[in-house]
Ligand binder design. Structure first.
Ligand code: PA5
Length: 440
């Protein structure tokens, strides 16, 4: 069961902890009563219980079909239409070698506009059986649209237009957008991004579930973890861990802790941090407010960012995701000649070393003036990730309301798009393009 330990961070607070928690409870009530700003995007709150059961069955069937007819699934999407799936898949599937579990390898595309990446991907698809899941809520986002145009052509050239249409799955708005129109015209199977769920809260919809299921991960267990966390939160208003986390980080922000680092000691969690950064960055970074979400992979980054965390500008707070037990621990054995001086660890496993590296680092960071909280997962599995996803989503809603922003919109994302369209010469942007070119 997921737990949160804030005991070592709370002594840093200058404000009264009970007052902070009361403030967070008020924010939580806004969320639960659905009376706060952005309340038309709260479909994610009940999602682990209240989802489209018919579509869920189709997701599983599509995953099985992809398994049968494809060695590779290319998932095309960006931001909220990409990071959740990648977070879960990279956490739960081996990344060192191609997994030999009978499920397709998942490649991601459309999350940047690099020709080099696309060329390499096209080469990797040569001679392989592949399917595509194109994901875009708006159906008009440039990065995935460009990637999809190229990949669709490749698939059609490889298997013919009719078979390609069978191997393309579109996850998008139920009625609107260019992707929906295209999917209907070409006859792709469609999955829906619900109207009341924003991109960064959509991992437990078809947006995340189809790629995750196609990677051979048990989505029933993922949903059960999220549902259990939801129940624990809703049954304990004002007193749950999400509220505690939201209260703590806002209290620390007010004292000048402007940056929160999410730290992990498991390389597989790298993309969980990327997902978390989008969730918090896009939800809170607006109106001149917010905590800047950053991340480190440890102990790796102790040899790069460790100096700053320990000793640099004291604007940091840290949240560690701890995994209590590995599924398959690695034992350290004694050697006859103790040349590397490690025989004192003989009989211990690597988890023991990792755990103590974490404990030592936590105390060092506390001594350096960095408040550290710890979110513990039992093991790295689908259930724990379901819990973690819901824990952070719920806390993000509460935290955004404490901060006084709308945690469910992202007006700032539009600015770069307008400039890019203008510079690319998109029809309708001619005057803006001219003005921008003069500034370059
Ligand atoms: O959270 C968000 O809303 C954004 O990050 C979007 O997910 C991202 O811009 C992709 O949008 P779309 O799914 O419409 O292609």
């Amino acid at each position: 069961m997921l737990t949160l330990d804030t005991t070592k961070a709370r002594p840093f607070l200058q404000a009264d902890w009970n007052e902070l928690k009361s403030e967070a409870a008020v924010a939580e009530k806004l969320l639960n009563d659905r009376t706060g700003i952005g309340n038309d995007f709260l479909g994610w709150i009940d999602l682990p219980e209240n989802y489209d059961k018919e579509e869920y069955v189709r997701i599983k069937a599509a995953a099985e079909r992809i398994r049968e007819d494809s060695d590779i699934l290319v998932v095309v999407g960006i931001g909220g239409s990409y990071l959740g799936a990648r977070a879960v898949i990279e956490a739960l599937r081996p990344s060192l070698a191609a997994p030999n579990d009978g499920w397709p390898i998942i490649y991601f595309a459309g999350n940047q506009i690099s020709s080099t990446y696309m060329r390499n991907l096209l080469k990797a698809l040569d001679g392989k059986r592949f399917s595509i899941n194109v994901i875009s809520k708006s159906g008009t986002t440039t990065e995935p649209a460009i990637a999809f145009r190229v990949l669709k052509k490749k698939l059609e050239e490889t298997v013919g237009k009719k078979e390609a249409a069978r191997r393309i799955y579109a996850t998008t708005d139920k009625a609107r957008g260019a992707l929906k129109k295209l999917a209907e015209k070409e006859g792709y199977e469609c999955f829906v991004v619900p109207d009341d769920i924003g991109g960064r809260y959509s991992v437990l919809t078809a947006v995340g579930l189809l790629p995750i299921a196609a990677a051979g991960i048990d989505i029933d267990v993922l949903m059960r973890g999220a549902a259990d966390m939801r129940r624990r939160n809703l049954e304990n208003p004002g007193k749950n861990m999400s509220v505690e986390y939201a209260a703590l980080r806002n209290g620390l922000l007010r004292q000048g802790k402007l940056v929160e680092i999410l730290a992990n000691y498991e390389p597989g969690l790298h993309y969980v941090s990327e997902w978390w950064k989008q969730l918090y960055g896009e939800s809170e970074g607006k109106d001149g407010k917010g905590i800047f979400p950053a991340s480190v992979d440890l102990t790796t980054d102790l040899h790069s960012m460790g100096q700053f965390i320990q000793d640099g500008n004291r604007i940091l707070m840290e949240t560690v995701i701890r995994v209590a037990h590995s599924a398959e621990p690695v034992l350290l054995e004694a050697e006859e000649e103790d040349l590397d001086g490690l025989n004192y660890l003989a009989g211990r496993d690597m988890d023991f070393v990792n755990e103590n590296a974490m404990r030592g680092t936590q105390l060092a960071h506390l001594d350096g003036g960095v408040p550290v909280s710890v979110v513990s997962l039992e093991t790295l599995d689908a259930y724990s990730l379901g819990e973690l996803i819901y824990f952070f989503e719920y806390a993000c809603g509460v935290s955004g309301y404490i901060l006084g922003v709308n945690p469910f919109d992202q007006p700032g994302v539009e600015s770069y798009k307008k400039n890019m369209f203008a510079l690319l010469g998109k029809p309708g942007y001619e005057a803006a393009g001219e003005a921008l070119r003069k500034r370059l």
